[in-house]
Design a protein around this ligand. Structure first.
Ligand code: PLP
Length: 452
């Protein structure tokens, strides 16, 4: 038995994987990865797999970037961990200062947590508790967008609007006020134009709902520009700007969930910068540590902390054991340096164009592509069988595409009928070409048939 087979069977015995159906394990067992470099994962047999989705949208600089590896090693040898109540340390301070300097203007504090969902919990509780302490106890409810995804702990799940994740647990969750969002099926960068979506019917409806319910609302939770987990739905800069400004004018806090879209993913450091807004609370994770260690934080608008000063009973009631872990924040500092001082952000426009050319190539070659869209380094293609064609067995489009791509050495993980690319920013032309050709082959194998 080879090492891979052995690990595979031990894994099957001992482990329970997230977002994985037991019934699919035989058909598509977890690959055993022993090493990674740049855009490549290497399995136990030495076969390389192109990481087309940056390992769940985290690995922005590619895997094992030497600067981040060095920062982690250095930090781990000097100070591994210290509790963050009553203590501080250099990398937590430096990362916070850099974030505040680079973020849209108006933030004053950083609150660390350890995963995206935890950052959302922090933001929800900050908003809710502040109302109790500023004489607005009636503001208890959250507004959120249909189709939103904010994580899977109960508080974050409550404000999510995707039934796939939320439905089963609905009985445990508070009901937010759901707002509609326009859905763009644009093929170019139009969604990043400043007015995109501002005058849509959905924007009018969202604004009317906010006005109608304003007195009871504490915060609006929103993913800026792109609902990644909801099949990369894009709603436009103008829509985002309009609902943020409207909410803030009504005294409703805005919680921007930039967990998937910050750190250059849309072409700018923060997606909210496209809309020229400063949400009251901004949640960051995934790429925050360069995608290497679990780390998240909430940027807090200047002055927000005033609701928590005065008597000790007004302190913010929230803590996670690993808050501000030194190794994770050291990775974060190294990652931010790569983006800002290391030319990471400057290199993006050219890579975004290259990604767009590849996306168009797939759309031109494959009749099954019925829509495609892009925002920065996120490209998405929606596929459907031709009329009268059956599509894959059991309607398992994603599984069939994933299986075909993996067999050809590319990691894709379509969201049902939506194939998306979200690669590390360092992906070169040769790797992009492989990503494109394997995507085309996968589509053609799952949806056979000539170009219409
Ligand atoms: C991934 C994600 C989360 C949840 O982050 P976890 O680290 O998985 O808890 C929340 N919001 C958005 C937009 C995400 O993409």
């Amino acid at each position: 038995m080879g090492m891979a087979d052995d690990l595979s069977s031990r894994d099957a015995t001992a482990l329970w994987h997230p977002a994985t159906h037991f019934g699919d394990l035989e058909r598509l067992p977890p690959s055993t990865i022993t090493r990674a470099k740049g855009v490549w994962l290497f399995d136990a047999d030495g076969k390389r797999i192109l990481d087309g989705i940056a390992s769940w949208w985290t690995s922005i600089h590619g895997h094992c970037h030497p600067d981040i590896v060095a920062a982690i090693a250095e930090q781990a040898g000097r100070l591994d961990h210290v509790m963050f109540a009553g203590f501080t340390h250099p990398s937590a301070v430096e990362l916070a200062e850099r974030l505040l300097k680079l973020a849209p203007p108006g933030y004053g504090k950083v609150f660390y947590a350890d995963c995206g969902s935890a950052a959302i919990e922090v933001a929800l509780k900050l908003s809710f508790q502040s109302r109790r302490q500023t004489g607005e106890p009636k503001r208890t409810r959250f507004a959120a967008l249909h189709g939103g995804y904010h994580g899977e702990t109960l508080g974050a799940l409550a404000v999510s609007g995707a039934d796939d994740y939320r439905g089963i647990f609905a009985g445990l969750l508070t009901e937010p006020l759901y707002l509609p969002a326009p859905e763009f099926r644009w093929h170019e960068h139009a969604m990043l134009q400043t007015d995109a979506g501002a005058d849509s019917e959905a924007a009018d409806q969202a604004v009317a709902l906010l006005r109608e319910h304003a007195d009871g609302l504490t915060a609006l939770v929103v993913e800026p520009l792109i609902q990644c987990a909801s099949k990369m739905r894009m709603h436009g800069v103008g829509y985002y700007q309009r609902i943020v400004r409207e909410a803030q004018a009504l005294g409703i806090h805005v919680i921007a969930d930039e967990i998937a879209v910050a750190f250059g993913r849309t072409g700018r450091l923060f997606a909210s910068s496209w809309a020229d807004v400063t949400p009251d609370l901004m949640c960051l994770s995934k790429g925050l540590s360069g995608g290497v260690l679990p780390l998240s934080c909430v940027l807090v608008r200047q002055g927000f902390e005033e609701a928590f000063t005065g008597s000790p009973a007004r302190s913010f009631l929230h803590s996670h054991t690993f808050t501000g872990n030194p190794i994770a924040t050291a990775a974060g500092v190294a990652s931010i340096k790569l983006l800002t001082e290391g030319g990471g952000l400057d290199a993006l426009p050219e890579r975004i164009e290259a990604l767009a050319r590849c996306r168009r190539r797939v759309a031109e070659r494959c009749a099954a592509v019925v829509d495609h869209r892009q925002a920065g380094m996120i490209a998405a293609l929606t596929v459907a069988p031709a009329p009268g064609q059956p599509g894959p067995p059991g309607g398992r489009i994603s599984l069939a595409l994933r299986e075909a791509a993996m067999a050809a050495g590319v990691l894709l993980r379509p969201l049902h009928d939506t194939i998306y690319w979200m690669p590390p920013y360092c992906i070169d032309d040769a790797a992009l070409d492989l990503l494109t050709e394997v995507t085309i082959e996968a589509i053609e194998s799952v949806f056979p048939g000539p170009k219409a």
